[in-house]
Design a binder for this molecule. Structure first.
Ligand code: TRP
Ligand code: SF4
Length: 338
């Protein structure tokens, strides 16, 4: 078996759909954790472009996949995902995942898939019904399972919304192992303890679709400008109205990105109406821009190297494929195909 170099370490697999530039919510919720996990695990990080195809609606969507992968992976690398330590690759570069997906579909009852909450949500969002929806979307968690177990990963860092998918992966693995003999570890979800980052609307989770996000790769000027549009305490109509920091998202951001002393000052000045919201937003913008400065500099450096990201992804794909080919051979044998 091809083993990653430190075979006493656990194997992490995680993936992100290539949606392009990542935002602050993606960073605090997932990416930062990916970087830290590299110390204790053999990590495999994947841009899941085949999963992206489950929801394409136009040729524009198709055209954006490749540039989106590049933008996203640049963010990963700038944040500290280290291709010397971890395997960083594109899902479609390892076609074995599609073979494994087909084989796993033979042990996955349809009802397991249609009862997944994310499936029902997607069907509704796409204005489809369970009759008209793509077969590919139904099988989304089967493909996700194939992603994970192709590398015999035991640990999957994900957000709360992905828990039902990982639960399903465990059920598929149990069924496979029962029928064909012990082959795969049951993957464990590893919930990321991260502060929930609300968007500029102060209401919803930060998200690109809601356009309430702050991109990591923005310029400091863009970040400040967007922060000025953020909703604050709606009862604070005039500067001398005392504010309620506890319901204001700018205050939540201070709690994450400004030091404890500054947080206290913000609280006191806001409730005493001696601080205006515009100043308060400039203050958080400066601190956030400081926080992101290094990441942004690294990103510019990497972006300036021609072909760098493609080279990393090519090398990552080769490493991933070596493992994948071996696992698929074992599956062929166990399932009576070779
Ligand atoms: N479904 C995940 C998401 O939407 C992305 C994903 C695909 C993934 N394959 C994976 C996550 C494997 C973890 C492991 O966020
Ligand atoms: Fe929010 Fe700051 Fe305005 Fe208070 S002063 S409401 S914390 S933006």
């Amino acid at each position: 078996m091809t083993q990653p170099s430190n075979n006493h370490k656990g194997v992490i697999f995680s993936g992100m759909r290539p949606t392009g530039l990542l935002h602050l919510g993606n960073y605090m919720g997932a990416l930062q954790n990916w970087v830290t996990l590299q110390e204790d695990y053999n990590c495999i990080y994947c841009a899941v472009d085949i999963h992206a195809l489950t929801t394409v609606e136009s040729s524009e969507d198709i055209k954006s996949i490749k540039p989106n992968i590049e933008d996203m992976v640049l963010d990963w690398l700038a944040a500290g995902v280290d291709p010397e330590k971890s395997i960083v690759f594109v899902q479609s570069h390892v076609p074995e995942v599609m073979s494994l997906h087909t084989l796993l579909s033979m042990v996955t009852p349809l009802g397991w898939l249609t009862r997944v909450p994310t499936f029902k949500d997607k069907v509704r969002q796409m204005h489809e019904t369970e009759e008209t929806v793509n077969y590919g979307l139904v099988g989304y968690p089967v493909l996700q399972t194939a992603d994970i177990i192709l590398y015999k990963a035991d640990t999957v860092p994900v957000g709360q919304d992905q828990i039902p998918h990982i639960e399903l992966s465990r059920e598929i693995v149990r069924r496979f192992n029962n029928l064909f003999g012990e082959t795969f570890p049951e993957p464990q979800a590893k919930l990321t303890e991260a502060p929930l980052i609300l968007g500029l609307d102060g209401q919803n989770k930060m998200s690109k679709t809601l356009d309430n996000h702050l991109d990591l790769a923005s310029t400091p000027e863009e970040t400040s400008k967007r922060l000025l549009t953020a909703f604050t305490d709606p009862q604070r109509l005039r500067r001398d109205d005392p504010g309620r920091p506890e319901i204001c998202n700018i205050y939540s951001l201070h709690k994450i990105f400004s030091g404890p002393e500054a947080v206290k000052t913000v609280y006191d000045e806001c409730t005493a109406a001696t601080r205006g919201c515009v100043d308060c937003k400039r203050h958080i913008a400066d601190n956030l821009n400081d926080y992101l400065r290094e990441l942004r500099e690294r990103r510019e450096d990497l972006k300036a190297k021609p072909g760098y990201v493609q080279e990393i992804l090519h090398e990552g794909g080769k490493k991933a494929r070596t493992i994948a080919i071996e696992t698929l051979a074992e599956v062929y044998y166990k399932m009576g195909l070779s």
